[in-house]
Design a protein around this ligand. Structure first.
Ligand code: 9MR
Length: 580
């Protein structure tokens, strides 16, 4: 628990309630598999062995079913290495995934330099698949039948099975043949196509989708798509990943995350920074959560367990530390966040989940500021809250958000976010813990930095950039067809101007509205614009600000950058005011 507390102090995501359960215990009540690739040659390492046994309910050999290991010669099969994993899995009640029948590489030279005819090569493949799949029929529940057949442009890669000499048939026919052979050898095994860099919507995943659609339409036995998920700290576009999972699910296919790891830009042996570990932890969690959000996604499997045994440093020199356990087998933040993500209906708060609702900036927050928190609220639709006797509620649709234990007034609950005001009472702190509760279930805690004011401006498009949301003195909305006039008063709307004296964060602002306690200044095109008034917007929650400025008389026409400033903090860049 000690290091968890430590993490909380340095503004990183951490796990509040270490459940003490293993990953496999966390998913035990559900038909979900949490797996790992195993370096079978290391199974004699008892710490490694025990970690796998305790933490995972699925194993897959990293290399031991590849032709290179299994087929030293055309006539021989060395099953012994893999069989030791089969025994281990059986003894420990784990599912076995088979990897791989047709891979991108890993072939012995007798095969690659054998000058076989198409017919001979086809027969070699048939025998191989029938022998290997047949032998483990009933024990291996799912196979990666074909791995990494497409390139980034969505073209089939050149391979002996396709074209030199090929096994006969053009395009994806060799893949189809392999699936049919595997199905014949074990009609009950789930057959997967597995690939890398095809996790999100792109040319490669489009090509895989077209193949899967074609296979499904023609009754080719395909049951799932494996998304490898070898990531770095750039993470992954979650929306695109979820759309990709959804389109395969719509074909009636399972999806499995098959090779998850997140490499860090540190050479082997060097210690990653806490912020690298924290970001890595977030990425593990969001991948697992994206999978769990789709009923079609049935497994998350890591490509290894401990940084002691990982392919990463050899293949990506200068990087390492990609796995949930470090090289001394200690659980890393990634382990805890993965476990948290696997919990039933876990509410996960990610770095960057809390934003200013006007600018969408991720920055320190201030008392009263209108914020949006991106989290799965389990709400089925969107629902704006209604103030009761002039005060916004602090629980709406079963959702509550607490900052340092103080409940935040809630303005709206949507399926994937909640809009609220930061409560008063946090302004004296440098940082506070934030937690969301959905129907009583608490999320992890994130530490949020506080400052006195954190101005943000609402924009016309509602996305925090472009033309500011503003009215001219005649009450008309300002836009390019109705630009502000030099010398005129303009009303802007924002948030984050700090606690307003004599008010409550939950209150609907009265008329006359309370005024800002901190001096607000404004600039348009770099010249200062007089701020005539700044405070709450009457009729709205107190944290919604109204700022009346005078457009400098000397200002030329054009769409000019506009910023507010309170103390040393400015509103977001990229906001403009059209001036006539
Ligand atoms: O991790 C595997 C490494 O030990 C092997 O040397 C390499 C070549 O066979 O394959 C690695 O595993 C790959 C997997 O089979 C397919 N997806 C990418 C994996 C990482 O390269």
């Amino acid at each position: 628990m000690a290091w968890l507390h430590y993490f909380s102090l340095i503004n990183l995501i951490f796990c509040v309630c270490a459940s003490g359960q293993s990953l496999r215990q966390t998913v035990a009540s559900r038909p979900f598999r949490i797996g790992t690739a195993v370096d079978v040659s290391r199974l004699g390492d008892l710490t490694y062995r025990n970690l796998i046994r305790n933490e995972f309910n699925q194993v897959q050999p990293e290399n031991e079913l590849k032709w290179m290991v299994l087929r030293p010669s055309a006539a021989t099969y060395t099953f012994t290495k893999f069989d030791s994993l089969v025994d281990f899995a059986t003894a420990n009640g784990m599912s076995l995934r088979g990897h791989v029948l047709i891979g991108e590489s890993g072939y012995p030279s007798w095969l690659t330099t054998g000058n076989f005819s198409q017919a001979q090569l086809r027969e070699i493949l048939r025998q191989h698949i029938s022998t290997v799949v047949g032998r483990y029929s009933g024990r291996i529940y799912a196979w990666d039948v074909v791995n990494e057949a497409f390139d980034g442009a969505g073209q089939l890669k050149a391979t002996q099975w396709l074209s030199h000499p090929g096994i006969g048939g053009a395009g994806t026919q060799y893949i189809e043949t392999a699936f049919r052979m595997a199905h014949e050898a074990d009609p009950n095994a789930l057959l997967f196509y597995n690939d890398t860099n095809a996790e999100t919507l792109n040319a490669q995943s489009d090509a895989i989708y077209r193949m899967a659609l074609d296979f499904k339409q023609r009754g080719v036995p395909i049951h799932g798509i494996g998304l490898q998920m070898h990531l770095d700290l750039n993470g992954i576009d979650i929306r695109s990943l979820e759309q990709n999972i959804a389109r395969f699910a719509a074909l009636g296919l399972q999806v499995q995350i098959t090779e998850l790891d997140v490499r860090l830009p540190v050479p082997v042996g060097a210690a990653p920074t806490l912020s690298q570990l924290s970001l890595q932890a977030d990425i593990y969690a969001i991948v697992a959560q994206s999978c769990l959000r789709s009923p079609a996604c049935t497994a998350v499997q890591t490509w290894g367990v401990t940084d002691r045994y990982s392919w990463i440093p050899d293949f990506f020199p200068g990087t390492s530390a990609a796995l949930p356990f470090d090289s001394n087998y200690a659980a890393k933040p990634a382990y805890y966040s993965l476990r948290r993500a696997l919990e039933p209906s876990a509410q996960l708060l990610m770095r960057g989940a809390l934003r200013d609702n006007a600018s969408f900036a991720v920055a320190p927050i201030s008392a009263g500021q209108i914020l949006v928190l991106f989290v799965n609220t389990q709400a089925t639709g969107s629902s704006a809250s209604t103030p009761i006797s002039g005060f916004y509620p602090t629980r709406w649709q079963g959702v509550e958000v607490h900052f340092d234990g103080i409940p935040a007034p809630i303005l709206a609950v949507h399926r994937d976010c909640v809009v609220m005001a930061a409560p008063y009472g946090i302004e004296s702190k440098a940082s506070v813990p934030a937690v969301v509760r959905v129907n009583g279930q608490a999320s992890n805690v994130v530490e949020v930095e506080i400052r006195a004011a954190s101005p943000g401006l609402f924009t016309a498009a509602g996305n925090g950039t472009g033309t500011v949301l503003a009215h001219s003195s005649d009450g008309r909305l300002i836009d390019r067809s109705n630009p502000a006039r030099a010398g005129d008063l303009v009303t802007l709307y924002g948030t984050g101007i700090g606690r307003l004296p004599g008010s409550s964060a939950a209150a609907v602002a009265s008329s006359p509205a309370p005024q800002a306690q901190f001096p607000v200044s404004a600039t348009i095109l770099g010249s200062s614009a007089e701020v005539q008034w700044a405070g709450a917007l009457s009729g709205a929650i107190v944290g919604t600000s109204k700022i009346v400025i005078r457009v400098p008389a000397s200002l030329p026409g054009g769409e000019h950058p506009l910023q507010l400033r309170i103390g040393s903090v400015s509103s977001q860049a990229g906001v403009t005011l059209p001036v006539r």
